[in-house]
Design a binder for this molecule. Structure first.
Ligand code: CA
Length: 553
């Protein structure tokens, strides 16, 4: 949106808040929660199907003597809104109150703030399904995670937030379809690696593509600035909570990212840059600013907390260096999405020298306990895949599963990808093979700033080996393509019979159109990432007919 449109938008917001003003005046309803920032909702049945209004159960009576609304000189909703982790009866709604988002404290005093929220079934929010007041707590960077529930399955909803005189634009989200129901179609946006160094025409086009769900495979922020020189990043490398909060604030101020969040619920995982480049479990990168274990764990705790504060996720706040984020979302009986964490539990990558990514595998790579997912997550995933009744089973994760052979023999592998963990990958492929869906299994990947389509075979060197799934790797939506990897693309294709296609010179994202009969994937590439208004080109188009192989459409 240009400056004029933004001005009009702000004016419209301040004019269009009739019913909502009442809610917030009553807003002086304090939500009684257990010290977190979850909201106490009031749920109403949709007026179209019922006239019953249940009695609110957990909102204290209105009072005019307390207020948690600060005096604000400017719009505090500088970081937009988001929604995520949809269920058949609910969805998480997110915002953060931060009139000065790059300042420590976001420009607010360290006091709780009451944030009114509404969700309803029409785009003007005349038909409110649920509403309430959430407490934005200073120890959560004044973010709120509203778990809006009591909703109907498989439909669009619209929501907004309000503090004082300021209100967010109305955004769209949706609930997942009812268990067992099989919707005709689902459109999914698939993004990864959004370094602030480039402009995000890809995020703008995600919104334009009108998906019902967006998956982000990690590297949503980077801990340090890009060297691309395309747009200024004024922040130092993040090593503590204030540093990570500032990085999220910088990124989430972007209008194209806000637009992509405003169109649909997201399923989000992380990769390394949400903490530090190439960290593995409790081991920092070579040359880290936090080389000692204790310092690195304190840094990881800060990074995970800031991630939780800024993501629309349904999980309790972390209180230390651990946060379990692996989880599943079912889209009725059409698709099951299993969101993985391939960083937190990973064995230290010990085969490479000095943290280098390319090198030979060492004996340790074949040890049974040399792991990407960790034993607990691995067992959980095998159960989820084995028990799913969805037509399509899909992994949302970071690192490349398909084998990239740069040359014959064991000379060189990309040790930071699943190629560096061959025994663990065999177990993953076994779990994918056991998934009973009639469509197939798909792996949605990021991390490598380039586009790849390929099949997952039980023997990657045998062109006729059994195939257990398909992998689609999204390029960075903002992160610069790697000249090295772009140059190696033809070599990898030549030596890797199950890799079908690659493009290594552009940013972009993927759109997956999923039906009970087929899974279709478009690679949409940004022509010029130095421009906010770059055109987008569909570079290639792939289809998997249910139970069939990957075919170029
Ligand atoms: Ca990464």
């Amino acid at each position: 949106m240009n400056a004029d449109e933004r001005e009009r938008d702000i004016a419209n917001r301040r004019l269009s808040r009739r019913g909502f003003l009442g809610a917030a005046a009553a807003g002086l309803l304090a939500a009684c929660t257990n010290g977190g920032n979850e909201s106490a909702p009031t749920t109403r049945a949709p007026t179209s199907s019922s006239t019953t209004t249940p009695t609110p159960t957990s909102i204290a009576p209105a009072t005019t003597t307390t207020t948690s609304v600060p005096s604000l000189a400017s719009d505090p909703f500088t970081l937009g809104v988001a929604s995520g982790d949809p269920l058949p009866d609910g969805v998480v709604l997110w915002t953060r109150v931060a009139p000065d988002p790059l300042e420590i404290g976001g420009g607010l005093d360290p006091e709780p703030v009451d944030v009114a929220w509404q969700i309803g079934t029409d785009e003007n929010l005349r038909d409110v399904a649920a509403e309430g007041i959430a407490k934005a707590e200073p120890d959560a960077a004044h973010s709120v995670h509203v778990d809006a529930n009591g909703l109907e399955p498989g439909r669009d909803y619209f929501y907004r937030f309000r503090v004082g005189d300021y209100e967010t634009p109305i955004a769209r989200t949706s609930t997942a379809p009812a268990p067992g129901s099989v919707p005709d179609a689902l459109r999914v946006g698939h993004v990864s690696c959004s370094h602030y160094g480039a402009f995000w025409a890809g995020y703008r086009d995600v919104a334009a593509a009108n998906p019902q769900l967006v998956v982000h495979c990690g590297d949503y922020i980077y801990e340090r600035a890009s060297s691309s020189g395309v747009r200024p990043d004024p922040l130092p490398e993040a090593v503590d909570l204030d540093g990570y909060r500032a990085r999220y604030a910088l990124y989430k101020g972007d209008a194209d990212l806000q637009a992509a969040h405003s169109i649909a619920p997201w399923l989000i995982t992380w990769d390394d840059h949400e903490v530090e480049n190439n960290y593995q479990g409790v081991v920092p990168e070579v040359g880290s600013d936090t080389p000692e274990r204790e310092a690195f764990l304190a840094r990881r705790a800060a990074a995970y907390r800031a991630w939780w504060e800024h993501m629309p996720v349904r999980m309790a706040a972390p209180s230390g260096p651990d946060l379990a984020i692996y989880r599943s979302t079912a889209w009725g009986g059409l698709a099951a999405f299993h969101v993985l964490d391939t960083r937190q539990y990973r064995s230290d990558q010990i085969c490479g020298e000095d943290g280098g990514d390319i090198g030979p595998r060492c004996d340790a790579a074949f040890a049974p306990d040399y792991t990407v997912l960790g034993a607990d997550q691995e067992a959980w995933l095998a159960r989820q895949l084995g028990e799913s009744e969805a037509v399509w089973s899909s992994l949302v994760q970071q690192i490349v599963v398909q084998q990239w052979r740069f040359a014959p023999g064991n000379g060189a592998w990309n040790l930071d990808q699943w190629d560096g963990y061959p025994t663990a990958r065999d177990r993953l492929l076994d779990a994918l093979r056991a998934a009973p869906g009639s469509g197939g299994t798909t792996v949605l990947t990021g991390d490598v700033h380039s586009s790849w389509a390929g099949s997952l075979a039980l023997d990657f060197d045998d062109p006729d080996a059994a195939v257990v799934g398909v992998e689609m790797v999204a390029p960075g939506v903002g992160s610069s393509p790697s000249d090295l990897l772009a140059g190696l693309g033809p070599v990898i294709l030549e030596n890797s019979p199950h890799v079908a296609w690659t493009e290594g010179e552009h940013q972009g994202f993927l759109i997956h159109d999923i039906t009970p009969q087929e899974w279709r994937t478009q690679f949409r590439l940004v022509d010029d990432a130095t421009r906010t208004d770059s055109p987008i080109t569909v570079a290639s188009d792939w289809v998997i007919e249910a139970g069939g192989p990957l075919i170029r459409a």
